[in-house]
Design a protein. Structure first.
Length: 526
């Protein structure tokens, strides 16, 4: 029997331990209701506060994306706490159990650290380091027992929290997938309850999901729509899946659209039907797109047919005009002028037909490049040779020394150079320098055609590659051209795997630049 002298102290110790246990258990129960990491660690510290009287703490979490530990919560307030690489912390992580790490320079409020790992599926995913005034080898028995108990209890709570987070991520991903579907999407149970619907379905059927979910679809949708869904559900649940079942639907009682509905059976993991999935899309838009494609195809075929049919009579006209011009001595002055006008018109028409046919071939994707090794300087000189010379223009060719020959379709690139140089001259009616530069640019061969002509406004730069587009200018309107040259040029450069663009300042000239991938041949520029 204990002496009466010691009993008050024992009673006091017992009462203090009882109060400590009471506060600990009360706060421990609060951990069951947390839903995110930050709240979890706040309540962890609240549970540990009466047990270890912490003066500072840090929480580190494992980041899957960077495969490294990162600081999640810093309550150190100037204290230098052991990091994740500390031997004592690594020991706790390796054995997935709590550890006590002595402070090398103890003080009254900090003598050791409690290291508490948090494990999910046998892998540490977080670690708490908290400073305590207890010495590691003088920890009260009740405190030691409570820490050990807490480390076991908190493990399942933290694992459930992490699993809940994963479920929330999957749910958010599922919601994002549903919203990303570019059509109306609805899911209904076998009893007719609305299980899910996306924003497109809300818009298409003028129904808010907040009022529709878990409600019977017959009470949510209009009678006409509900009747359609009823028939489709019966067929789907009997094993008959449909693709683009069509019905007319009125939007806001004003616009009528044709909706195509595809159905599929929703099944659980035991292959038991639990509902029906409806994918609804507006067929009106797709039909309009189909019509536009058909019209574009008809237009292309018409242009090709007309162009081919015009070639034969045009050849006869040009041949006849050439005969008349050869015998011009027998014609009067007015007759010679008329023949000249016919010849010029026939030549322009021949150029237009040739451009139309070239563009049609390029757009069809059937053009096969006849590649070989070519020296760019030779192709530029060939392009310059066919230009109409003018005393107002100074043509300059600047080619990087020892520029390697490139593997290209020589005739196609010649067509590009001829067009760009011709434009540089035509759109410089006042004259000036036309400079053609060829040089290496990393893994590309860079070609620039620069003029000092009319220039292009900033708002027109993106439009010059369109078919038949001509810059609206009183000066340029008089310049001859089909409006197809730059479109053809762009197709040819891109067919070679290259890039092309223009830089210009209105009134000061333009520079057309294209890059060709450097596939080095055997010849070098000299």
């Amino acid at each position: 029997m204990a002496s009466p002298a010691t009993r008050p102290d024992q009673n006091a110790d017992f009462f203090a331990s009882f109060q400590l246990m009471e506060r600990y258990l009360e706060r421990l129960s609060d951990l069951q209701n947390v839903q995110d990491r930050r709240e979890f660690f706040q309540k962890v510290m609240a549970v540990l506060a009466p047990v270890i009287d912490p003066c500072c703490h840090q929480v580190h979490v494992w980041d899957e994306e960077s495969s490294a530990w990162r600081l999640f919560d810093d309550g150190a307030e100037g204290f230098a706490l052991p990091g994740v690489s500390h031997e004592g912390v690594l020991w706790a992580l390796d054995r997935t159990q709590y550890n006590l790490v002595p402070e090398p320079d103890p003080r009254p409020e900090l003598r050791c650290y409690v290291v508490l790992p948090f494990v999910v599926r046998d892998r540490p995913t977080a670690v708490l380091v908290a400073g305590t005034p207890f010495a590691h080898d003088q920890l009260p028995l009740v405190v030691s027992k409570l820490i050990a108990h807490f480390s076991r209890q908190v493990e399942s709570v933290f694992e459930n929290l992490e699993l809940y987070g994963k479920i929330q991520q999957l749910r958010n991903l599922f919601d994002n997938i549903i919203e990303s579907v570019p059509h109306a999407l609805l899911a209904m149970s076998t009893s007719g309850r609305v299980l899910a619907m996306n924003t497109n379905a809300e818009f298409m059927f003028d129904v808010k999901s907040i009022f529709a979910l878990d409600e019977n679809f017959k009470a949510v949708f209009s009678p006409a729509v509900a009747e359609v869904f009823t028939g489709l559900m019966v067929k789907a649940l009997s094993g008959e899946s449909l693709i683009d079942y069509e019905f007319e639907h009125s939007l806001d009682g004003k616009v009528s659209i044709t909706i195509g509905i595809s159905t599929s059976l929703l099944q659980n993991r035991n292959d038991k039907p639990i509902g029906v999935l409806f994918l609804c899309r507006d067929l009106s838009l797709s039909r309009e797109v189909t019509k536009l494609r058909e019209l574009d195809q008809l237009k292309t075929e018409f242009v090709n047919t007309v162009s081919h049919e015009l070639k034969t009579p045009l050849t006869a006209i040009i041949g006849g005009v050439e005969i008349l011009q050869a015998d011009a001595a027998t014609l009067g002055g007015d007759q010679v002028e008329i023949v000249g006008v016919i010849a010029e018109g026939a030549r322009r028409l021949q150029t237009l037909i040739s451009d139309l046919l070239d563009l049609s071939k390029l757009q069809s994707g059937t053009v096969q490049l006849k590649e070989g090794v070519f020296a760019l300087a030779d192709l530029v000189r060939e392009a310059l040779a066919v230009q109409k010379r003018s005393d107002k223009h100074a043509i300059k060719l600047e080619v990087q020394k020892d520029l390697p020959g490139v593997v290209v379709d020589g005739q196609k690139i010649l067509q590009v150079l001829t067009n760009l140089v011709s434009n540089a001259i035509k759109y410089s009616p006042a004259g000036g320098a036309v400079v053609i530069r060829c040089r290496l640019d990393g893994e590309w061969v860079r070609v620039e055609v620069q003029d000092q002509g009319l220039g292009i406004r900033k708002e027109d730069l993106g439009k010059i590659w369109e078919k038949f587009y001509r810059v609206d200018s009183s000066l340029s309107s008089e310049i001859e051209g089909t409006g197809l040259g730059l479109t053809i040029v762009k197709h040819i450069v891109e067919l070679h795997g290259g890039k092309i663009w223009a830089e210009s300042e209105h009134g000061k000239g333009s520079t057309f630049i294209f890059l060709l991938p450097l596939r080095v041949g055997l010849a070098n520029e000299r």
